[in-house]
Design a protein around this ligand. Structure first.
Ligand SMILES: CC(C)(COP(=O)(O)OP(=O)(O)OC[C@H]1O[C@@H](n2cnc3c(N)ncnc32)[C@H](O)[C@@H]1OP(=O)(O)O)[C@@H](O)C(=O)NCCC(=O)NCCS
Length: 157
């Protein structure tokens, strides 16, 4: 399903790599089902924020995928809303992601730059693709550079 959503197997390999890594958070890996079929999937897992003081473990939403036959029905929105609420309930201060702000801003994601947070975007991605959702335990002093874990190496550059 993830391969079908992205039109290539790279993100499905990423899901497997995250699940096999220490950054995997089982409670923050969700599927959406319709008549027992998996039609959507989202993960929030660990990455590192390099602050001026020290590295801090934070969380990142990636990947998000919905079966192409079921796009536009709100499944992606339900997954984003549910998984970020669970991250909030676990006490995480914020969620970062790389994606289209025209999609993610509706859920409360904001430009990462306005929070002093930098993501390692690929050359082709606009700066606005780096986004942050502050949660209940948001700490505005958490600023710095996000470093992805090795599991993301499967995506290449
Ligand atoms: C992005 C994705 C998860 C959205 O899932 P979905 O279930 O169709 O999303 P929803 O039904 O909650 O929302 C649909 C709305 O999002 C919009 N949308 C979808 N992808 C978008 C994008 N990349 N940029 C801007 N808007 C987007 C749709 O146009 C639609 O808008 P509308 O509500 O004004 O009609 C799905 O299109 C997908 O799996 N895409 C391929 C994988 C991908 O790109 N994942 C995100 C990586 S950051």
């Amino acid at each position: 399903m993830v391969t079908a959503a992205f039109g290539s197997p790279a993100e499905a390999r990423l899901v497997e790599a995250i699940r096999a890594s220490g950054g995997y958070i089982a409670e923050l890996a969700l599927v959406a089902t319709l008549d027992d079929d998996v039609v959507g999937h989202v993960m929030i897992s660990r990455c590192t924020l390099h602050t001026d003081d020290s590295p801090v473990s934070i969380v990142m939403l990636s990947p998000l995928a919905v079966d192409p036959e079921h796009h536009g029905r709100g499944i992606g929105g339900l997954l984003v809303t549910a998984v970020t609420a669970l991250a909030d309930a676990l006490g995480e201060p914020l969620v970062v992601l790389e994606g289209d702000p025209r999609y993610y801003s509706r859920f409360g994601f904001q430009p990462a730059s306005s929070h002093g947070i930098e993501l390692p975007l690929p050359d082709w991605a606009p700066a606005a693709a780096a986004q942050v959702m502050p949660l209940t335990n948001d700490d505005p002093t958490l600023r710095g550079r996000v470093v992805y874990p090795a599991s993301f190496d499967v995506l290449g550059d």
